[in-house]
Design a protein around this ligand. Sequence first.
Ligand SMILES: Cc1cc2nc3c(=O)[nH]c(=O)nc-3n(C[C@H](O)[C@H](O)[C@H](O)COP(=O)(O)OP(=O)(O)OC[C@H]3O[C@@H](n4cnc5c(N)ncnc54)[C@H](O)[C@@H]3O)c2cc1C
Ligand code: FES
Length: 272
Amino acid sequence: MGLQEISKRSSIRTIEKIIDETPTVRTLVFSDESLSNVLPGQFAMVWIPGVNELPMSVMVSDEKGKAAFTVRKRGESSTALYDLKVGSQIGVRGPYGNSFRIRDGKILLVGGGTGLVPLLRLAKFAKPTNDVTILMGSKTKDEVFFEDAANRILEKNKHQVIPCTEDGSYGKKGFVTDVMAELMRDTKFDGVYTCGPEIMMYKVVQMANSKNTFVEASLERMMKCGIGMCGSCCMDDILVCHDGTVFDGEFLAKSKEFGHTHRTKSGILENY
Ligand SMILES: Cc1cc2nc3c(=O)[nH]c(=O)nc-3n(C[C@H](O)[C@H](O)[C@H](O)COP(=O)(O)OP(=O)(O)OC[C@H]3O[C@@H](n4cnc5c(N)ncnc54)[C@H](O)[C@@H]3O)c2cc1C
Ligand code: FES
């Protein structure tokens, strides 16, 4: 991708609305016709002036022509994004990356935390005939979000939204992968889609592969350029930002790094 292409896809946007989802998660809404229509799984690079640039999945917005980012405050950069106010400006580049391939029939979406963002966009793109189950993982009741949004997006589909909390304070008790194992005992899904912590996705992919079920995962690796130039997102011999971020179960089963190691900001390979 040349510099011309990068500048064509870059713009400055003003935050128009902020929705508090949980005590640590916020959705920032802004006008952007192009990002409002991205495919499920695509992401943008978000510049927080004076701080950093971060990769973010693009959240569905109810209003036409609006796009959104849903951010959890973690380190310095995400906290700076979280702390922006209505009227603050951000830079956005994108959309980048490939997208999920939605199968016909019964599909299962397994998300953890802000990994639910691309899955809700997938739900929005579901065919009217898809029967959709969403498992939403969080630690406690306070951290459950998007339950209403998911029900709203899927109102015309046969669907069920199942929040799962690790401490059992809301919905099903346990990890989403425990609940997925229970569901897969009785139900044959035509496709499984996942995004969230890599260890969670690794278990989801293993489980689906063991049942010969089509599965795709959207990987959140360290990214600096987002366009295949810097190499910080490399996994085995591929670049996650350029060749993904969505990969299927067959490909992931062959990876030596998926679920085992990841690269830090300085490029060092670290075990999970
Ligand atoms: C494709 C993609 C989509 C993402 N979508 C979302 C989203 O919708 N909402 C959301 O809150 N977060 C999302 N993230 C994660 C986000 O980009 C940041 O990683 C996270 O907000 C923490 O950043 P930090 O610098 O504040 O934290 P730090 O404390 O500096 O880092 C915490 C951890 O975040 C990870 N991280 C830090 N910087 C990056 C980076 N540049 N790229 C990837 N991982 C990094 C590292 O694992 C690090 O250990 C996404 C990441 C990717 C790759
Ligand atoms: S983030 Fe630079 S190559 Fe992928």
